[in-house]
Design a binder for this molecule. Structure first.
Ligand code: DGL
Length: 272
């Protein structure tokens, strides 16, 4: 299938997390069509091995390539950490945008000199993360407190964003960071922006900035498409199609959750 400027953008995640990226992509590029692939049958990825994650993500990329996408956003920190170099080597013609923990902007902005990172066990335990941290934070005298947010991806998948158990988990992960003086909290898993209202409750009135990479990722995606002459010049709203390894009911839940999150994001943007 040949790629044109009207081909869709592909977005891939283990499940619902990529919604946080999708919502920014369609907000910044409303005329683009999107195909979103969720691996709901195998979510979460965070406790799996590199080999397993790579095999699963390959299947998503193949499906998106068959759907004729012009670029793929690997909207999952875990999948990016495990598989992006393999994907780039195997699909040399495809444009990939990956998600890496936003340690660099947080280390630049911190006033306390302590940055918190909440990711999956895979991401925060990876060599890639160790290198990013050393290069952009510890190397310039900024301390990083990284925590694996075990159970949070599952909570989002179940729709438990506002459940007391979820807030308790968030408290367990974030309060020790606050005790260390963290003033920047990097969300290093794309599922976690869906928990921002609960995270705000945990932070209370403390002056902590939540770093959600979605706006920067969507901007970067737009720039890349512009550079390659691949931005659509259609002026009618693009459609998004949701597909994946889950059941039809799971995919429908994902679509509804995505619309809800987009609405919430629009309201948040109107407030500011
Ligand atoms: N959204 C994925 C990420 O950004 C979640 C990974 C998982 O499924 O554990 O890391």
């Amino acid at each position: 299938m040949s790629i044109t400027q009207d081909s869709p953008i592909g977005i891939l995640d283990s499940g619902m997390g990529g919604i946080s990226i999708w919502a920014e992509v369609v907000r910044q590029m409303p005329f683009e069509e999107v195909v979103y692939w969720a691996d709901s049958a195998h979510c979460p990825y965070g406790g799996r091995s590199r080999e397993e994650i790579t095999t699963l993500v390959r299947s998503g990329v193949s499906t998106l390539v068959e759907a004729g996408v012009k670029l793929i956003v690997v909207a999952c920190n875990t999948a990016t950490t495990a598989a992006i170099s393999t994907l780039r080597a195997e699909w040399t013609e495809m444009l990939f945008v990956g998600l890496e923990p936003a340690v660099k902007p947080a280390a630049r902005e911190t006033r306390s000199g302590v940055v918190g990172v909440l990711g999956t066990a895979y991401t925060v335990g990876s060599e890639m993360f160790r290198q990013t941290t050393e290069r952009y934070a510890t190397g310039i005298g900024v301390r990083v407190i990284a925590t694996a947010g075990n159970g949070l991806v599952e909570a989002v998948e179940k729709g438990w964003e506002d459940a007391p158990e979820t807030e308790r988990l968030l408290r367990d992960y974030i309060e020790p960071m606050l005790a260390e003086g963290v003033d920047e909290l990097v969300l290093a898993c794309t599922h976690f922006p869906l928990l921002i209202p609960a995270i705000r409750r945990v932070l209370g009135d403390r002056p902590v900035r939540i770093v959600d990479p979605a706006p920067a990722i969507a901007r970067h995606t737009a720039e890349l498409l512009r550079e390659r002459g691949l931005l659509t010049d259609r002026t009618s709203l693009g459609e998004s199609r949701f597909i994946g390894s889950g059941t039809a009911a799971e995919t429908e839940r994902l679509r509804k959750r995505a619309e809800q999150y987009r609405k919430h994001l629009t309201e948040e943007n109107l407030k500011h």
